[in-house]
Design a binder for this molecule. Structure first.
Ligand SMILES: [Zn+2]
Length: 254
């Protein structure tokens, strides 16, 4: 992959633009078309492939217009609510992209029932499943499903770059510090994120290594996290811990 940039869109979304080389571009979760059109106009475009992680409007809203304008392939999970799709993918399915690159789809239910993540080279596009220092809300799935989806992403190689659908890091850090106050990696990353946002820069991509060290939703077995949700009893499973943590955060965010 020659280039990887987040295009800010809507209120706090990122549309990810990856250049595979030779003008073969991948666009992930275009919630609107305009930022993508502007970015593509500055490049020599050989082909455009759109990857969609889930059906929410702020991730797919620009897909149909972009498909028509750029003759794009649109790869999406099996979900009729995503009308722009030209190809559907299921769990563990490999899709050849241009320039000798491929994507692997991973089913990660929890935020929505059909949500998928995509791995392209050492890059993870995780939509609204994993955020830096947080995770998506449980709209259609259970806490147990989200916990196993997150565990699957956490098992990717530590250097994997994590490209999320929203810039939520600073707000997530406030909750993470609340439930994991003694975590030095978290404290350090939280202050870096505040400074980075103050300078107008994105806090993403993150890495799997950082998230494993600092994201409370990937640390459901850590004593500090279990203590925060009154789950020090080892018989309480990780899915239950995640459910309690998610509920606590829903209240924390107000
Ligand atoms: Zn969503």
């Amino acid at each position: 992959m020659q280039d990887l940039v987040p295009l800010p869109a809507l209120a706090d979304n990122y549309i990810w633009l990856a250049d595979l080389g030779g003008g073969h571009l991948v666009v992930v979760d275009p919630g609107e078309a305009a930022p993508v059109d502007a970015a593509l106009a500055r490049r020599d475009v050989a082909s455009v492939t759109i990857l969609l992680t889930h059906h929410h409007r702020d991730h797919v809203g620009g897909a149909m217009a972009l498909r028509e304008r750029w003759a794009a392939r649109v790869i999406a999970p099996h979900d009729d609510r995503i009308e722009a799709a030209t190809e559907r993918v299921g769990d563990d399915q490999r899709v050849d992209l241009a320039a000798g690159t491929h994507a692997v789809a991973l089913a990660v239910p929890g935020h929505t029932r059909s949500h998928v993540a995509f791995v392209v080279d050492d890059v993870l596009f995780c939509g609204d499943t994993l955020f830096s220092l947080g995770c998506g809300r449980l709209f259609e799935g259970t806490a147990a499903e989200m916990q196993s989806s997150l565990a699957r992403l956490a098992a990717l190689p530590p250097q994997t770059r994590v490209c999320c659908g929203h810039e939520y890091t600073v707000a997530n850090a406030r909750f993470a510090r609340h439930v994991d106050p003694g975590n030095e990696a978290l404290a350090e990353h939280a202050s870096w994120a505040r400074a980075t946002r103050a300078a107008g820069r994105p806090t993403l991509p993150s890495t799997i290594a950082l998230e494993r060290a600092a994201n409370p939703f990937l640390r459901c077995d850590a004593a500090a996290i279990r203590k925060a949700v009154d789950a020090l009893d080892p018989d309480i499973d990780a899915g239950t811990v995640l459910g309690r943590l998610r509920s606590l955060k829903d209240g924390f965010d107000g």
